[in-house]
Design a protein around this ligand. Structure first.
Ligand code: SF4
Length: 136
């Protein structure tokens, strides 16, 4: 069995965890990091047990681009990122983009990742329309 130390991604607390894996990389479970400065060996139920989504058959494994008829076409990461960048460029106007671009971040991100998302929105995309799913 292999163990990889990482951060629980379920909320912004950032508890320290080990992902336990079989030799072929299959995820077996989670154990807490007993020396972690935030969690000190404790996890909530999501941290302990909320990893089944990793192998869920409904999980997207490739980028998709929505077609004009509403269906989705599988594509490469390069094409998907270029498509998104072109869409943002064409939506952006000079000055305040608050009316045309909004950003929704995630409670599954760390505080630092959410800070970076807010910076990207405000400084890069010039919009103050930033929200977070924890508010829903
Ligand atoms: S273990 Fe629970 S409290 Fe800790 S980061 Fe994960 S979801 Fe948040």
């Amino acid at each position: 069995m292999k163990r990889m130390e990482t951060t629980c991604g379920y909320c912004g607390c950032g508890c320290g965890i080990y992902v336990n894996m079989a030799d072929d990389g299959t995820m077996l479970g989670i154990t807490p990091s007993y020396n972690h400065v935030v969690s000190k060996g404790k996890l909530c139920s999501k941290g302990w047990h909320g990893f089944a989504f990793v192998r869920d058959s409904r999980r997207l494994s490739n980028p998709l681009i929505k077609q004009k008829d509403g269906t989705f076409r599988e594509t490469s990461w390069d094409e998907a990122l270029e498509f998104a960048a072109n869409g943002l460029k064409s939506a952006m106007t000079d000055g305040d983009n608050t009316d045309v671009i909004g950003v929704v971040s995630s409670a599954r991100c760390t505080n630092e990742e959410n800070f970076l998302m807010a910076k990207l929105a405000r400084a890069g995309l010039k919009t103050s329309s930033v929200d977070h799913c924890a508010r829903l």
